[in-house]
Write a protein that binds this ligand. Structure first.
Ligand code: CP
Length: 318
């Protein structure tokens, strides 16, 4: 088993070189394949705190199960049932968790940049589980693993691994940390990324997120080019007065049986939570082209790798 040399949090997908992404993908596969008896000793007795200031199903549960699968102890602190509700700051909450022996903190926050602040406050590795409209790096990694698996591509990635593939990201890109993280990662592997949505949810300045992004406002045109489509929900909690006419939006941007019919090889992804009947209909969400459940499953392996990397980092799998 590896020994500790340095420990690493993950704040943004931009912080990872392709070599590091490679090593996370390799570690995820290794840990996933390991027998339970071996895996459970990896982080035996290590202490992981899950600090969730925003609701989550997939990310929270998969980080928790990932930590437990590696033998770590976990504790969940949520804003609804902790002293955060009484006004305790992120800084003080972090110091409290550190004083209780937490060695790594997984943070979801509605404030962009909060994971960076917490990592600096505590000196502990912080894994960003989604911060405001900023980043969701573990989601981008699990999305990448889903694409590589489906296309039978090696997880030994390079700048050309996704050359020739077009991925369309459709919906509320303005408020989406998932879109941001994926827009930064996928073009680095050679993918063409088309952003699709109305001006209100996809401002032109989205093109500044990363080099080589393109905007196609017409969803049917975008789909003609797509090998995969990533659907995003409208984030009602972040609209701040922005009003969207839902019937118009659904007519233009919903992924439904009619839209998908000409493209039987199109791969469908959604980070969840889905709003069925709005950005996606159930025929597509539950249909044979959907990899939505597979994305969730990949989240477990990716998050095991991130926890292992944060707590026992040697630069390569043991
Ligand atoms: N994809 C995602 O972040 O889902 P949750 O909000 O349920 O964690």
């Amino acid at each position: 088993m590896s020994s500790t040399s340095t420990s690493l949090g993950l704040l943004s997908i931009a912080d990872l070189s392709l070599l590091e992404v490679n090593s996370i993908l390799a570690l995820a596969s290794q840990l996933e394949a390991e027998p339970h008896g071996t895996r459970i000793r990896r982080l035996d007795g290590r202490r992981v705190a899950l600090l969730f200031y925003e609701s989550s199903t997939r990310t929270r549960t998969s980080f928790e199960l990932a930590a437990k699968s590696l033998g770590a102890m976990t504790t969940l602190v949520s804003d609804k049932s902790s002293s955060i509700e009484k006004g305790e700051s992120l800084h003080d909450t972090g110091l409290t968790l550190r004083a209780l022996g937490a060695e790594c903190i997984i943070l979801r926050s509605n404030y962009s940049g909060a994971p960076d602040l917490l990592q600096r406050s505590t000196g502990l590795p912080v894994l960003n589980a989604g911060d405001g409209m900023h980043q969701h790096p573990s989601q981008a990694l699990l999305d990448l693993r889903t694409l590589l698996e489906h296309w039978n591509l090696s997880s030994d990635i390079s700048e050309t691994t996704l050359a020739g593939k077009t991925i369309v990201i459709t919906g509320d890109i303005r408020h989406s940390r998932v879109a941001r993280s994926n827009s930064m990662l996928l073009p680095r592997l050679g993918a063409r990324v088309l952003l699709c949505g109305p001006e209100a949810l996809l401002p032109e300045d989205a093109l500044t997120l990363a080099p080589h992004l393109e905007i196609e406002r017409d969803f049917d045109t975008a789909l003609q080019h797509a090998d995969a489509v990533m659907m995003l929900r409208i984030q009602r909690e972040r609209l701040s007065g922005l009003s969207i006419d839902l019937p118009t939006y659904i007519a233009a941007y919903q992924l439904n049986a009619r839209r998908i019919a000409p493209y039987p090889n199109l791969l469908v992804l959604h980070p969840g939570p889905m709003v069925r009947g709005l950005e996606i209909d159930s025929t597509v969400a539950d249909g044979p082209q959907s990899r939505i459940e597979r994305q969730v499953t990949h989240g477990l392996a990716i998050r095991m790798a991130l926890l292992h990397r944060a707590l026992i980092h040697t630069g390569s799998p043991a």
